[in-house]
Design a protein around this ligand. Sequence first.
Ligand code: NI
Ligand code: MN
Length: 229
Amino acid sequence: MKITYLGHSVFLLEEGAFKAIIDPFIRGNKSCPITIENLTNLSHIFITHGHSDHIGDAVELADNSGALVVANAEIGRYLASKGVKRIHTMHIGGRHQFDFGVVKMTAAVHGSGIMEGDQVIEGGNPGGFVIEVKGTKIYHAGDTGLTYDMKLLEDEKIDIAMIPIGGNYTMDVPDAVRAVSFIKPKAVIPMHYNTFPAIEASPEEFKKKIKNAEVFILEINEMMEIDSL
Ligand code: NI
Ligand code: MN
């Protein structure tokens, strides 16, 4: 599988016909190196929660590509109200077999309100995803504080975990280090840092403190192949 980091919490996953984006914060994301027009061939869009830096440009991307959007039930209903046609809703703890592989939605300790003008629309519970494609298991934590629920992920045998480290809204570096000790993935990619001042953090400091997993600090727009893990 190929993983490309597009800044903040945005990742592209590619394996054959499966071309998925997670938390597609493109237009408002100054660090995102590509435009919406570059993303017309998506097969799937995963949304961890309703905040604008995660739901991002999902409506437009779904429109352009016809991708299937995977999100919780509340966000799914919101997207349907915006005209998104292909939506698969699931919820925390649920697992589903898709044509490309298996997805489990995991708990996150955070908010999920969808801001629209001065309105906040109920966005259900925030979550994360365990996505298994051809024997490779990815965990994208979404936005979350450290939670003991992460201990349950140890049994999932995660190959690669995307973990927020930026603090303030999510885990900071020390808590992210503890999260890795709970999850015990083979490898980790830090995310959700340095996009804006409130979430400044040092991925190098994070990397130095992780002893039992490989840490890949991806440059923005960097692609890695993980079949060799
Ligand atoms: Ni958030
Ligand atoms: Mn966020």
